[in-house]
Write a protein that binds this ligand. Structure first.
Ligand SMILES: Nc1ncnc2c1ncn2[C@@H]1O[C@H](COP(=O)(O)OP(=O)(O)O)[C@@H](O)[C@H]1O
Ligand SMILES: [Mg+2]
Length: 438
């Protein structure tokens, strides 16, 4: 949240409640001011204020008072940048024959300017609410290389060594397993952690590659590494009780998570996922391709859902490097791939009559990750109220991701930008619906 933002002191939750509330208060205050202005009008344009079941109710009785009130309210309801509607004042009824006295005009202009200013401030507040939902979760000061911090830890601690892992980590129960690692929920200094063991020595290269990637890519997009021991083939990471992304539907069906089962949270998850792909494609090591993702369940199992409902990449065992300028491309595995989850260039191009041969299989680039984004995003958006509306707005960008020609697919950054625009514009739609309710 930028320092000095007009809503900074409200905090995230209060922005949600206070901005519409503030708007309502403004509405009432200004209405009151207009009427007060006319109370002083010599012709007595307003009825005396009177308490009612809904509070104090005032009303204009003269046409001029009503016209000014309408003008002010239409200004209050208009959006910044919206073409100015034809002024109600200009359309004043000719029969009224009565305008404001020259002493009242500067006061009215001041009132209108104040309202325009307040209106702009309120829009900033609402805008801030939609864009700030997640930003506060970002760690303002990450640890230096070789150190970690998790949960409520105040200081960065160095990665645990073999000695510390053996002495201080207590293994509790198996919590997941893949082709390379068996993962145990464990305890370290009364904190829950995940201890991964290599499953088979045949997979040692993948294990070491994954460890190297974890070490090099530590950031908000990647699970926090707490330590490792190459000698014992173990590594320690932060434990995420919600587990992998495959559990998403199950979790969101629980009553305690109903408040996050909204299109906004789901779209934000999709943006997290694309943010990770973008980070890998523009990583400090170069352009990395998320190869361990030949079908949707496999892809989902490589990411973890954090307790504050964001996504981190966890399994980095198959993350080869692409270098366009030196002509270095990749192949995800040595076996023939099938189906339409993988990109078309990952399929055997020479037809059924010619048997698959890895040496003849052409290599490809990071655009295979882009092809998969619409499918992962569709899973994340789910089937709840509003998710089809979001899909409708993402239709064009998803279509571009599915271009048969890899070079024509957008970059992860392009997709992220489009998602952000859709998120903002749908947020504005909700805002304008709120406005209509006021
Ligand atoms: N830090 C963690 N917190 C919670 N669950 C985890 C964690 N790390 C792994 N898991 C679980 O273990 C599964 C396998 O982990 P993964 O690193 O993908 O192993 P592999 O490299 O063998 O595929 C994950 O899909 C997830 O369900
Ligand atoms: Mg895995």
């Amino acid at each position: 949240m930028p320092i000095g933002h007009p809503c900074v002191f409200f905090g995230e939750i209060s922005i949600q409640i206070l901005c519409p509330f503030l708007r309502q208060v403004m509405f009432l205050l200004l209405k009151g001011s207009i009427i007060e202005l006319f109370i002083k009008h010599p012709n007595g344009d307003v009825k005396e204020s009177a308490p009612s079941s809904r509070g104090w109710e005032w009303s204009c009785t003269s046409r001029v008072c009503q016209q000014v009130e309408m003008e002010v309210l239409s200004l209050l309801m208009s959006t910044p940048g919206e073409p100015t509607r034809k002024s109600n004042m200009e359309r004043r009824h000719p029969e009224s024959g009565q305008g404001l006295t020259h002493r009242e005009v500067p006061r009215l202009v001041g009132l209108l300017l104040t309202m325009a200013l307040m209106n702009a401030l309120l829009y900033l507040c609402l805008d801030q609410f939609f864009s700030s939902l997640r930003h506060s979760t970002e760690d303002p000061k990450p640890c230096p290389h070789g150190y970690f911090k998790m949960g409520q830890m105040k200081n960065c601690s160095p990665w645990l060594s073999c000695k510390e892992l053996r002495a201080e980590v207590r293994q509790l129960k198996c919590t997941g397993e893949g082709a390379v690692k068996r993962v145990f929920l464990s305890e370290w200094k009364e904190r829950k952690v995940a201890l991964s063991h290599l499953t088979s020595l045949k997979m040692k290269d993948d294990f070491l590659h994954g460890l190297q990637m974890l070490k090099s890519l530590q950031s908000k997009h990647i699970v926090t590494l707490l330590g490792y021991c190459e000698e014992d083939n173990t590594l320690l990471t932060e434990y995420h009780p919600l587990g992998s992304l495959s559990n998403l539907e199950e979790i969101l069906n629980l009553s305690k998570y109903q408040n996050v089962n909204t299109w906004q949270h789901r779209l934000q998850l999709a943006m997290d996922y694309i943010g990770i792909i973008n980070y890998l494609h523009r990583s400090p090591l170069g352009t990395l391709v998320m190869c361990d993702s030949n079908d949707l369940p496999k892809t989902l199992s490589q990411y973890l859902l954090t307790s504050n409902f964001s996504i981190v990449a966890n399994d980095l065992d198959a993350l080869p490097l692409v270098n366009h300028s030196s002509g270095m491309f990749v192949k995800c595995g040595h076996r023939e791939l099938h189906g339409d989850f993988v990109a078309p260039e990952q399929l055997w191009p020479y037809g059924e009559h010619r048997p698959f041969h890895d040496d003849l299989m052409p290599s490809y680039d990071e655009k295979i990750d882009i092809w998969k984004i619409p499918d992962v995003s569709n899973f994340l958006l789910g089937h709840i109220e509003g998710s089809d509306m979001v899909r409708f707005h993402l239709f064009d960008i998803h279509k571009a991701c599915k271009s048969q020609i890899p070079a024509e697919r957008p970059t992860a950054q392009d997709i992220l930008d489009t998602y952000q625009k859709v998120f903002n514009s749908l947020g504005d739609t909700v805002t304008s619906q709120t406005r209509e309710m006021l």
